[in-house]
Ligand binder design. Structure first.
Ligand code: ADP
Length: 315
């Protein structure tokens, strides 16, 4: 089976317990939850039985251990997660606004995650990899961008493939060189996984159809549009498939796009038909929102298949 690798931020997430809770005064918090978009992605891929590993950096502290232990338990290759003494694992404090959007206080660049580098362990992991997945959020510094571009170059040099989820966080989009980095990654992307309006950050077209057409012209093999509770749509040069989302009660949307992407890419790498990959991805995205915490909604393949079968029986 093909092995996929991602590189980027590993964090713990700590959430305000109440909707609209301000961080300008003390209040109840829940967490720490293991997190970081590439970590969620790799954890979900591993849970589906796909060989998957993460290039990352944590501090020598309990937050770092929480992440490594969780990824290992899900079956991920953690050999390229560096543990730095004297540096703290990254953190994200999140509060949910009444309109369901989220506000973050990030500490990534100045945490152990900021020390991310293409060291020997990372090179070894890439030696055995067939595919690299890049998250826009992982291009949070020049150094992290260098790692992502080097990972892409390493797999592309041996005929491997690349997937890209822009995963734009306004809080880190302002990082210098971020825009250029996003474009550089997109130019080398085979599978593009934008959500919401992210598509229009990469195309001057005014409507979805024209934007998709323009990006396929530029050489992207397929585009998968994530549409929240409405499901997702797959496009390639031969046509498109759209599937509705599964009906679930949303508890916490964090991690849905990462779990969705991991499932889609894993099944794309297995050569599944687009509709089959989309169905599994929709199920993983739906299951992800049923639990509080970014990685708590990761499910193993047997559970995802049982969920799909049950939903089919009720349809
Ligand atoms: P992102 O998290 O990247 O913004 P989305 O919110 O579109 O992406 O979620 C990714 C996928 O997760 C969706 O395409 C869908 O399959 C699934 N999903 C997300 N929210 C829900 C929901 N409330 N109900 C069912 N499925 C959902």
């Amino acid at each position: 089976m093909k092995k996929l690798v991602s590189a980027g931020e590993i964090l713990v997430e700590i959430m305000a317990e109440r909707i609209g809770q301000s961080f300008l005064e003390p209040g109840p918090l829940v967490g720490p939850f293991p997190s970081g978009a590439p970590a969620i992605f790799i954890g979900q891929a591993a849970a589906l039985g796909q060989p998957a590993g993460l290039i990352g950096a944590v501090g020598k502290d309990d937050f770092g251990r929480l992440n490594i232990d969780r990824l290992r338990a899900l079956g991920a290759d953690v050999s390229a997660i560096a543990v730095y003494e004297g540096h703290a694992t990254g953190t994200a404090f999140v509060t949910y606004r009444p309109d369901a959007s989220r506000q973050f206080v990030f500490n990534i660049r100045n945490s152990a995650a900021g020390l991310l580098e293409m060291n020997d362990a990372a090179k070894r992991l890439l030696d055995g990899a067939d595919h690299v997945h890049v998250m826009g959020s992982s291009l949070f510094s020049e150094r992290a961008t260098e790692v992502a571009l080097a990972a892409i170059a390493a797999v592309k040099a041996k005929g491997g493939t690349v997937s890209f989820d822009p995963n734009i966080r306004r809080e880190i989009l302002q990082a210098s060189g971020m825009r250029q980095a996003l474009d550089q990654v997109l130019a080398q992307t085979d599978v593009f996984l934008p959500s919401g309006n992210e598509l229009f950050l990469f195309s001057s077209a005014a409507d979805e159809r024209s934007a998709v057409g323009e990006l396929l012209e530029r050489g992207i093999s397929c585009i998968v549009l994530k549409k929240g509770a409405d499901g997702a749509a797959y496009h390639d040069r031969r046509g498109m498939v759209a599937l509705p989302g599964f009906a679930v009660e949303e508890v916490d949307p964090t991690g849905a796009g990462d779990c969705f992407g991991a499932a889609f890419v894993s099944f794309w790498l297995r050569g599944a038909a687009p509709a089959d990959a989309l169905r599994i991805a929709n199920a993983c995205g739906a299951l992800a929102v049923t639990r509080k915490g970014p990685m708590e909604g990761i499910h193993r393949l047997a559970d995802v298949e049982a969920f799909i079968a049950k939903a089919g029986a009720h349809a």
